[in-house]
Write a new protein. Structure first.
Length: 251
C-alpha cells in the first residue's frame, strides 16, 4: 500500500504571508473570512442587492460592502436629514440602500452626485496619476448612456435626486439642505473627496455615518492620506474596515 504524502503547512508562510485557513464563508472583493455571512441569504438583502446591481458590471461581487452601507443607512434613518452619495456610477450602494429601507416611504431625499463622465483630469494629482487613477475613467466611456440608465433606475423613488456635474460645484443642488443623516463618498480622487468633506461635514447631524468606499484600497492610498489628515484636523477617528471601506460617525 502506498504511503499517503502528508504536507504540513505552517502559518505564516515563509514569505511572510498569513492565509485565512478555510473553509471560507466569503472570499470576494479583497475580503476572505471564515466568519458568518448569513446576511447574504436573507431574502430582503438578496432583493436589495439585486436592485443595487442593476446596470452593474457583470461579475462584480461586493456583498459585504453593501451590507456595511445598509447598516450605516439603518443608523441614519433614526436621525433627521437627507442622504447623500458622491460618486454613484451605476448606483450599487445607493440602489441597495433605497430598496432595502423602502426609501420611497421616507420623508427625506437621497441626493446622488456624479459626473457620469469620469474623474475630471484637473482634479487628479501627479501622484494619483502614477497610481493609474485616470485609467479608472475607462468605465465611463459611455457616460451619457450610464447617466440615462441611472436616471431610469432611480425613477422608482420620487425622493431620489440625480445630479450630474463635478463635485464640489454640483453640491449647490443641495445647498438648501442643512441636515444630512447619511453620506457615502466614492469619487476615486482626493481633491473631490476633500471638497465634499468640507461641504458635508457641517451639515452632518450628530451620529450620522460618513462612509468612505476607497479608504483602504492600495490604489487609493492618496485618498487615505488625505482623509487621515482631514480626520486629524476634525478631531475624529476613521474606522478602517476589512472591506476596504472607512467609517466615520459625526460626534
Amino acid at each position: 500500500m502506498n504511503d499517503v504524502l502528508k504536507l504540513e503547512v505552517k502559518f505564516p508562510l515563509a514569505d511572510g504571508r498569513t492565509l485565512v485557513q478555510g473553509p471560507l464563508a466569503y472570499n470576494q472583493d479583497g475580503l476572505a473570512t471564515q466568519h458568518s455571512s448569513e446576511f447574504m441569504r436573507e431574502p430582503r438583502f438578496l432583493e436589495a442587492y439585486r436592485v443595487g446591481m442593476e446596470n452593474g458590471r457583470p461579475g462584480t461581487q461586493v456583498e459585504w460592502r453593501v451590507h456595511v452601507a445598509l447598516w450605516c443607512a439603518a443608523q441614519a434613518l433614526r436621525l433627521e436629514g437627507d442622504f447623500v452619495e458622491c460618486g454613484v456610477h451605476t448606483g450599487i450602494l445607493s440602489g441597495a440602500v433605497m430598496q432595502y429601507h423602502d426609501f420611497a416611504g421616507q420623508s427625506r431625499r437621497f441626493f446622488l452626485f456624479d459626473t457620469w463622465a469620469g474623474i475630471p483630469a484637473e482634479q487628479v494629482s501627479e501622484d494619483e496619476k502614477r497610481f493609474g487613477v485616470l485609467e479608472m475613467n475607462r468605465k465611463y466611456q459611455n457616460g451619457d448612456a450610464l447617466h440615462a440608465d441611472v436616471v431610469k433606475k432611480f425613477s422608482r423613488w420620487p425622493n431620489a435626486v440625480v445630479v450630474r456635474g463635478r463635485v464640489p460645484e454640483s453640491l449647490s443642488a443641495m445647498a438648501a439642505s442643512d441636515r444630512v443623516a447619511y453620506a457615502s463618498i466614492d469619487m476615486n480622487v482626493a481633491a473631490a473627496e476633500m471638497a465634499a468633506a468640507d461641504f458635508l461635514w457641517p451639515r452632518l447631524v450628530r451620529g450620522a455615518p460618513l462612509l468612505l468606499d476607497d479608504y483602504g484600497w492600495a490604489a487609493h492610498v492618496n485618498q487615505k492620506r488625505a482623509w487621515d489628515a482631514w480626520a486629524q484636523r476634525a478631531g475624529v477617528m476613521i474606522l478602517a474596515l476589512p472591506t476596504g471601506q472607512g467609517l466615520i460617525l459625526k460626534p
